[in-house]
Design a protein around this ligand. Structure first.
Ligand SMILES: [Fe+2]
Length: 134
């Protein structure tokens, strides 16, 4: 359990660091560290898993909805979502339980337009990020 927490903490710190460097890149083509952060475009060793792990983002009606279309079972589930700004501020987070039916979280649309990160952490398949623009 402690290892999982440490990994999640390290992943979030890395995301914040990448977010800060992402500002200078000003692009959705951020080169996330291979083997640490996975995306739909760069799923690395989890290439067969991208469809169920890359967070999907919907912006509508002043809300941002993040969904990870992943099964939720006691042994295998989505642990957490976060919404992070380019400068590394966590604007929202939702922690899930294995008994939740769906990994879906809803956040208030930020006032500032720009790129944001939606993150999703699977207890077996690591840390995934989707970059999107509002
Ligand atoms: Fe998974």
């Amino acid at each position: 359990m402690a290892n999982r927490r440490e990994f999640l903490k390290a992943s979030l710190i890395t995301t914040a660091a990448v977010a800060v460097s992402g500002r200078t890149l000003a692009s959705s083509k951020v080169n996330f560290p291979t083997g640490l952060i996975y995306t739909k475009e760069k799923p690395g060793r989890w290439s067969a898993k991208a469809k169920l792990h890359a967070p999907m983002v919907k912006v509508d009606g002043g809300k941002i909805t993040i969904t990870t279309p992943h099964p939720m079972t006691q042994a295998h589930y989505i642990v957490k979502h976060t919404l992070v700004s380019l400068d590394g501020k966590t604007l929202g987070e939702t922690t899930f339980k294995s008994t939740d039916k769906l990994a879906r979280s809803v956040f208030q649309l930020p006032a500032e337009h720009g790129e944001y990160y939606a993150t999703s952490f699977c207890n077996l398949h690591d840390f995934w990020v989707t970059v999107f623009t509002v």
